[in-house]
Write a protein that binds this ligand. Sequence first.
Ligand code: BGC
Length: 475
Amino acid sequence: MGKVAVTTAVVGAAAACAVAALVVRHRMRSSGRCARAAALLKELEERCATPLGKLRQVADAMMVEMHAGLASEGGSKLKMLISYVDKLPNGDETGLFYALDLGGTNFRVLRVQLGGKEQHVVKKEPKEVSIPPHLMVGGSDELFDFIASALAEFVASEGEDFHIPVGRQRELGFTFSFPVRQTSIASGTLIKWTKGFNIESTVNDTIGTLAGARYYDNDVIVGVILGTGTNAAYVERANAIPKWHGLLPKSGEMVINMEWGNFRSSHLPMTDYDQALDTESLNPGEQIFEKLISGMYLGEILRKVLLRLANEAALFGDSVPPKLETPFILRTPVMSAMHHDNSPDLKVVGTKLKELLGIPNTSLKTRKVVVQACDIIAKRGARLAAAGIVGILKKIGRDSAAKDGGDTPRTVVAIDGGLYEHYNIFSECLRSTVKEMLGEEASASVVIKLANDGSSIGAALLAASHSQYLDVEES
Ligand code: BGC
């Protein structure tokens, strides 16, 4: 009995001391926490830094890899796939064309009636079909059977506003947003599924973007996708492709699907967060550039940073919010909404943290830390994407103004994808970084523009510019 009483008394005294100590410690801890959070952010900032010198190294590395990928099959991490697209649309195309766009959890079918230079797209009719999840991880036959019957149904519903000349078959362009090694304009082999598709089993979306934008503007020579995934395609001189052994196309040009998402270089600023994200991903060691810059991953990098801040600097209080431990819970659109929060008390940040992660009552200081983390991660991505674009411009000699005082040709880079379209801080940073890298004079003739929804209509336009009936008409 006595023993118990003594123990209780000791515990009681200890508790009283603990309360007093807690108050003192709380004050010390909260300043200690702030210091720790600041140190972690500083470290993140340093590891993610992209000063001009580094960006130039990235651009040069991109250019070197482009050369290597064009020289031989498998010569580089950059596949530099030959697309067999040697004629981009120029606006003169007329007739009825179809497109099919498979790139994510939905696919789209589309028909367009083209009216030539004066009228451009006379009428277009799209339809979206969602892919049942079991088909995304099953056999390719089932997936393509499903797509074929949805397409057949769509063709059968063609209204009277669309006209196909007598005796002609309907022609279709296929936007397929995965890396394909093509064997002709209309055939190819899938290299691997990306972005969560896992299936054992022909125009790429980036080429669609390039074609869709070129239809309205003849100076477009680079197409970039910055969405869930990322990629770039551009117009290369056919005789600058040593691995091309076929006849040189009449146009002398060939569109190359770079698959730049798979670019990697020792110059890329990689952090422990990126390493962990890569190791835990479906495709470790692959798509490293994509994992630093695209919409699928930016939010996840942020989650990892916040989790460490919660663990090591008690950013959200004494315990770590359990939801923050769920991979991919923080999507890039949420990150973007927090990053763009202009309210004095960062209300949006507070609401998102509460609603999405179950973290109530965050202080302004905490919210500011979150915004700073968004800023570091998004700007690193945007600046690296800009360096990639400058690498392409260097490769094709469009990175400087004409030397002899002659006219510098106008160069247009068309960009599509939700990340670029909706994450304004990201897109502004990308554009200003391209300018910073090229300098005032050269950047005056480089235009970077949003090519909204080029990718599906682009396929229909390519069906038009490669129509089997064109040769008949020309001869
Ligand atoms: C794919 C590319 C595609 C890009 C944009 C990447 O994950 O590998 O083929 O062009 O996403 O959708």
